[in-house]
Design a protein around this ligand. Structure first.
Ligand SMILES: NC(=O)C1=CN([C@@H]2O[C@H](COP(=O)(O)OP(=O)(O)OC[C@H]3O[C@@H](n4cnc5c(N)ncnc54)[C@H](O)[C@@H]3O)[C@@H](O)[C@H]2O)C=CC1
Ligand SMILES: O=C([O-])CC(=O)C(=O)O
Length: 311
C-alpha cells in the first residue's frame, strides 16, 4: 500500500516520517517542487529505519506524479506557512492555486485516493480541493481538529498534572481563532473536566487553544510542524488500518448541524473509505451560536476564493 505526502517542508516531512515509523504501509512517496529536497529528506529518513526499526520505504521525488500512482491516501501540505502578524486567511491568494494544481495532478494519478488537506486556510483549502477533485466529499477532508484538540488536551494535562493520554476532548468549527472547544464534551478518564478544574483556568486554556497556532508562529517565525505532522499521520493510520477512529475532522456539511455546502470541523468516523460517518452531537444554545460564528468566518474566506475565479 502506498501513501503520498505532497510538500516536503516542515509539516510534510514530519508527517512522512511519522507514517514511516508507524510501519503500516509499504511505501511513502514525498513530493515537492524544490529540486532535490524531497529526495534528500527521504534518504535521511530512510537511514533512520535501521535505528527505529521499520520497513516502510520512503521515496522522494521532484514534481514526478507518476511516482504517486495509485496512492491509497494523499496528504497535501504544499503551500506557504504564515509569518508573525499574518492570519491563516492571508495565505489564500497563494495557496488556493497551489492546492488546485496539486489536486488536479493527484486525482489524475490516484483516482481512488482519500485526500487529506493540511494547507491553510484549512477549511477553504478543503473546499478548493473538493471543487477540483470532483469526487465524493467522503474522500476529501482536512486535518485540524486532531491538532487543535491535542493542544487543548496538552494544556489540560499540564494544568491537572495528569497524563495527556487520559484526556478526551471534542472541538468543532473552523480552523481559525473562532474554533469551538467543547468543555461539556471534555473528560478525564470519563470524569467531566468541569469537576476537576475551576472555571477561570478552563476558560484560559480554551482561549489559549484558540490561538495555539499563533502562539507558535510568534515563537518560531513560522508555523508548527511536529504536532501537525503527527496529527495528519494519525488520520492516515485510521484510514489505511480501517480503525474507524472518531476524530474531529474538517468535513463537507450537507445538512449536518443545520449547515450546507461548507467545510467545518466536526466529529467523524474515519475508516478505509475516508469519512464513514459524520456524527452530530447535541449542542446547547451557546455552542450553536459559537459554531454559527465560526461558520460565518469560514464563509467570508469562501467568498475570497469565489472572487479568485479559479472555478
Ligand atoms: N491544518 C493545520 O492544522 C496546519 C496547516 N499548516 C499549513 O501547512 C502548510 C505547510 O506548512 P509548512 O510545512 O510549515 O511549510 P513549508 O514552507 O515548510 O513547506 C511547504 C512546502 O510546500 C512546497 N510546495 C509549494 N508549492 C508546491 C507545489 N505546487 N507542489 C509541491 N510542493 C509545493 C514548498 O516547496 C515547501 O517545501 C502551510 O499552508 C501551513 O499554513 C501548518 C500547520 C498546521
Ligand atoms: O498557525 C498556523 O498558521 C498553522 C496552523 O494551522 C496551526 O499550527 O494550527
Amino acid at each position: 500500500m502506498k501513501v503520498t505526502v505532497v510538500g516536503a517542508g516542515n509539516v510534510g516531512a514530519t508527517c512522512a516520517n511519522c507514517i514511516a515509523e508507524k510501519d503500516i504501509v509499504n511505501e511513502v512517496v514525498l513530493l515537492d517542487i524544490k529540486e532535490g529536497v524531497a529526495e534528500g529528506k527521504s534518504l535521511d529518513m530512510w537511514q533512520t529505519a535501521p535505528i527505529n526499526l521499520y520497513d516502510t520505504r520512503i521515496k522522494g521525488v521532484t514534481n514526478d506524479y507518476e511516482a504517486t500512482n495509485n496512492s491509497e491516501v494523499v496528504v497535501i501540505t504544499s503551500g506557504l506557512p504564515r509569518k508573525p502578524g499574518m492570519s491563516r486567511d492571508d495565505l489564500i491568494a497563494t495557496n488556493a492555486g497551489i492546492v488546485k494544481s496539486v489536486t488536479e495532478n493527484i486525482i489524475k494519478h490516484s483516482p481512488n485516493a482519500k485526500i487529506i488537506i493540511v494547507s491553510n486556510p484549512l477549511d477553504v483549502m478543503c473546499y478548493c480541493a473538493y471543487l477540483t477533485a470532483k469526487i465524493d466529499s467522503s474522500r476529501v477532508f482536512g486535518m485540524a481538529g486532531i491538532l487543535d484538540t491535542a493542544r487543548y488536551r496538552a494544556f489540560l494535562a499540564e494544568a491537572l498534572n495528569v497524563s495527556p493520554k487520559d484526556i478526551q476532548a471534542l472541538l468543532l468549527g473552523g480552523h481559525g481563532d473562532t474554533m469551538v472547544p467543547l468543555p461539556r464534551y471534555t473528560t478525564v478518564s470519563g470524569i467531566p473536566v468541569t469537576d476537576l478544574i475551576d472555571h477561570d483556568t478552563l476558560n484560559a486554556i480554551i482561549e489559549r487553544t484558540k490561538v495555539g497556532g499563533g502562539e507558535l508562529v510568534k515563537l518560531m517565525g513560522t508555523s508548527a510542524w511536529y504536532a501537525p505532522g503527527a496529527a495528519a499521520a494519525q488520520m492516515v493510520e485510521a484510514i489505511v488500518c480501517n480503525h474507524r477512529r472518531i476524530f474531529p475532522v474538517c468535513a463537507l456539511l450537507n445538512g449536518e448541524y443545520g449547515m450546507n455546502n461548507i467545510y467545518l470541523g466536526v466529529p467523524v468516523v474515519l475508516g478505509k473509505n475516508g469519512i464513514e460517518k459524520i456524527i452530530e452531537v447535541k449542542l446547547d444554545k451557546d455552542e450553536q451560536e459559537l459554531l454559527a460564528q465560526s461558520a460565518k468566518a469560514v464563509r467570508s474566506v469562501m467568498d475570497v476564493l469565489d472572487n479568485m475565479k479559479l472555478f
